[in-house]
Design a protein around this ligand. Structure first.
Ligand SMILES: [Zn+2]
Length: 274
């Protein structure tokens, strides 16, 4: 599933192509997306058609496309397999294309999603959308160590679950949480409040793995591609995620994998003691 670095990479790829373009029409496949919900094409058209795109950016794992009307725009969540690309109108549409924005000048912004866990919605304003209003601070722009310490201290969850909770910290998923906890030498099952005193090191680790992921244009394990259709290079830089049975790059102990609540957890038993 795309996390913060993958969504950031897509936003950076789309921004120069979309900025200044006017939306002329919105098309939908008619198939429902996340949670079997239909796409509200009427709302998308009301926000976008006839308007010029001003800004493409990201908050947590959400991609935001703002139009000229203050604060209004489109929000996209890529789910598991969502892809967002601008292509010439005459190019054949990829299978599983579900939403298409026709742009002036002949291009189309296309959202394709094989598994349909993603979604596309309109916001007037975007900030009023419940999913965005509920997001915690973004670790690259609005989180500092004292705030992270306070959030950790107030939580009853294990630190891994805390970091995955988008209401606490926005943008992290299973891959970058595993990498950040390894770098900070914190065991994933440590109670969040016990990790509070390590907030500065944890925040440094979170930022390092996210910035590394962005610099390598995201982690492609299976489905993720950037706005140009290319895979990211970050998978080979992963230190624990997906490396069970391999030697820890720091101490040589074998990386372990265990499953908690249906999700895999990767850690070094020596570097990350409980
Ligand atoms: Zn180790």
């Amino acid at each position: 599933m795309p996390e913060l670095p993958e969504v950031e990479t897509i936003a950076r790829g789309l921004a120069p192509v979309l900025r200044g373009r006017r939306v002329e029409a919105v098309w939908g496949s008619g198939l429902p997306l996340h949670l079997n919900r239909p796409v509200d094409l009427r709302a998308l058209r009301a926000v976008a058609v006839g308007r010029t795109i001003r800004r493409v950016h990201r908050r947590g794992k959400y991609l935001l496309i703002e139009v000229e009307e203050a604060g209004a725009g489109i929000v996209v969540h890529l789910g598991m397999t969502g892809r967002l690309r601008v292509q010439p109108a005459e190019a054949p549409r990829a299978p599983h294309t579900h939403v298409v924005f026709t742009l002036d000048g002949g291009g189309e912004l296309r959202f394709a999603d094989a598994r349909r866990f993603g979604w596309v919605a309109a916001g007037t304003p975007l900030a009023a959308l419940a999913v965005l209003a509920a997001l915690g601070p973004d670790p690259l722009s609005d989180l500092d160590a004292p705030r992270l310490r306070d959030l950790l201290a107030a939580s009853r969850a294990p630190v891994k679950a805390f970091l995955l909770d988008q209401r606490r910290v926005a943008g992290l998923g299973n891959i970058y949480v595993a990498e950040a906890l390894f770098r900070a030498r914190i065991h994933p099952a440590t109670p969040a409040r016990r990790a509070a005193s390590r907030a500065p090191a944890l925040l440094d680790a979170i930022r390092a793995v996210l910035e590394g992921g962005i610099a390598r244009r995201g982690t492609t394990l299976r489905d993720y591609v950037d706005a140009d259709g290319n895979s990211g290079d970050n998978a080979r830089a992963l230190l624990v995620y997906g490396r069970q049975g391999g030697p820890c790059r720091r101490c040589g102990a074998l990386i372990r994998r265990r499953v908690d609540g249906g999700r895999a957890t990767f850690f070094c038993p020596k570097c990350q003691r409980r």
